[in-house]
Design a protein around this ligand. Structure first.
Ligand code: NDP
Length: 343
C-alpha cells in the first residue's frame, strides 16, 4: 500500500516514515519546499535502498484545496496520515494565522480533497494532541485522570498566548475533522492520534538541528535552570511518550481494525523537571556542575502532585498490548544524540 504523510519533515513524521519504510509501505511525503525535504530523502534512501519514498511540495496548508493536486496526481494513495500542523512557538504573525487557520483549514482540506479526488483511500489518521483533551496546562494537575473521551473546553475568543493558541488550534482542528466525518460520511475510516509530550531522538544523527523541536526543547529547558537544591517543579508536567512509540501508533491506527476509527490517546509516563534532571545527572557525568541538581528524592512526589494521571488502557488493549519505551530511555537517547553533535 501507498501512504501519504503530510508535514513529512516534522519531528514525529520522520519517525512515522521510518516505521512505514521499515514495514515496506510505499511512502509519499509532503513538505513546504524541496530544500526542506532533500536532505531527509537522501538519508532515507541510504537507510532503505529498496524502499519507495518520494515527496511533493505543499507550501502552505492554510489554503483551501492545499492537497488536491497531490491527491489527483497519486491515485495509488490508499492511506493518509495528516501530521502537518503548526507546532512551534516562534511565529511573528497574528495567532489566528499562525495556528488556527493552518490547523483547521489544513485538516479540512485534506479530508475534503480525499472525499473529492481519492475515493480509493481506506484510512485517514490525523495527528491531534493531548492539548485537544486537557483543560489547559496547570502545575496542579495531579488529581486529574485523563481519558480519551475528554475535550479541552477552550474557545478561541479566550486565547491570549501562543500556548493557548496551539491548544485551541488542535482542539478546533480535531472537532472539525470529527464533524466532517459525521456529516459527510466519507467511505474512509478516520482515526486521530492524540500524543502527549513527545520526547526522543531524531531519526538521523547528522540531521539533528541545533534548535530542538518544541517538545524536546521544553524537556531541555531544565538544563538552563539556575543551580539549586530545591525540588524542581518546572514545566513540563504533562504525560509523555517516546517519539518512536507515537510513530508506531500512527501505523497501528490503520493496521489495527479496532483502532481505525478511534481516538488514540496513549502515554508512557509522567514528566516533570526534577525527573529529567535526575536522569541527566545520573547518566551524563559531562554535565556535572553545568546543570542544576535540584532535590533528587523529590521527583516521585512532584510527579504525583503535579502531573495528570492517565487511563488509556482501552486503547492499548485495542492495539493488542504495547510495551512503551521508558521515559529514561527517551531522555538518554535524546541527549546522547544531541550532545554528541553540539557539546
Ligand atoms: P514539527 O514542527 O517538527 O512538525 C510540524 C510539521 O507541520 C512540519 O513539517 C511543518 O513544516 C508542518 N507545518 C506546520 N505549519 C504548516 C503550514 N502552515 N503549512 C505547511 N506545513 C506546515 O512538530 P511535531 O513533529 O512535534 O508535530 C507533528 C504533529 O504532532 C503536529 O500536528 C503537532 O500538533 C502534533 N503533536 C506534537 C506533539 C509533540 O510533543 N511534539 C504533541 C502532540 C501533538 P515546516 O517544518 O516547514 O514548518
Amino acid at each position: 500500500p501507498t501512504v501519504l504523510v503530510t508535514g513529512g519533515n516534522g519531528f514525529i513524521a520522520q519517525h512515522v516514515i521510518d516505521k512505514l519504510l521499515a514495514k515496506k509501505y510505499k511512502v509519499i511525503s509532503t513538505a513546504r519546499s524541496e530544500a526542506k525535504y532533500a536532505p531527509l530523502l537522501k538519508n532515507f534512501q541510504k537507510k532503505y535502498p529498496d524502499g519507495t519514498l518520494t515527496y511533493e511540495v505543499v507550501p502552505e496548508i492554510s489554503v483551501n484545496d492545499a492537497f488536491d493536486e497531490v491527491l489527483k496526481k497519486h491515485p495509488e494513495i490508499t492511506i493518509v496520515l495528516h501530521t502537518a500542523s503548526p507546532a512551534s512557538f516562534d511565529y511573528d504573525i497574528p495567532l489566528e494565522d499562525a495556528y488556527l487557520k493552518p490547523a483547521v483549514n489544513g485538516t479540512l482540506s485534506i479530508l475534503k480533497g480525499i472525499k473529492r479526488y481519492a475515493p480509493q483511500v481506506t484510512n485517514v489518521v490525523i495527528t491531534s494532541s493531548i492539548a485537544a483533551m486537557m483543560d489547559g496546562v496547570s502545575p496542579s494537575g495531579g488529581n486529574i485522570t485523563l481519558t480519551n473521551d475528554m475535550w479541552n473546553p477552550i474557545t478561541w475568543d479566550k486565547v491570549e498566548t501562543s500556548m493557548e493558541a496551539y491548544s485551541a488550534s488542535k482542539t478546533y482542528a480535531e472537532r472539525a475533522a470529527r464533524k466532517f466525518y459525521e456529516d459527510e460520511k466519507p467511505s474512509y475510516k478516520l482515526a486521530t492520534v492524540n500524543p502527549p509530550m513527545v520526547v526522543g531522538p531524531q531519526v538521523f544523527d547528522d540531521l539533528v538541528p541545533r534548535e530542538m523541536n518544541s517538545s524536546n526543547e521544553m524537556v531541555s529547558m531544565v538544563t538552563k535552570l539556575p543551580p539549586s537544591t530545591e525540588p524542581q517543579a518546572s514545566f513540563p508536567f504533562i504525560p509523555s511518550i517516546d517519539v518512536r512509540d507515537i510513530a508506531e501508533f500512527h501505523v497501528l491506527a490503520f493496521e489495527k481494525e479496532k483502532l481505525a476509527d478511534d481516538r488514540i490517546a496513549v502515554a508512557a509516563s509522567a514528566c516533570v523537571g526534577q525527573r529529567i534532571l535526575n536522569i541527566l545527572n545520573d547518566n551524563f557525568p559531562e554535565l556535572d556542575g553545568k546543570i542544576c541538581k535540584g532535590d533528587y528524592a523529590s521527583a516521585d512526589k512532584l510527579e504525583e502532585d503535579m502531573c495528570p494521571k492517565f487511563d488509556f488502557d482501552s486503547t492499548v488493549e485495542k492495539a493488542g498490548g504495547y510495551d512503551f519505551i521508558p521515559f529514561e530511555n527517551s531522555v538518554i537517547d535524546l541527549f546522547k544524540q544531541y550532545l554528541s553533535k553540539y557539546s
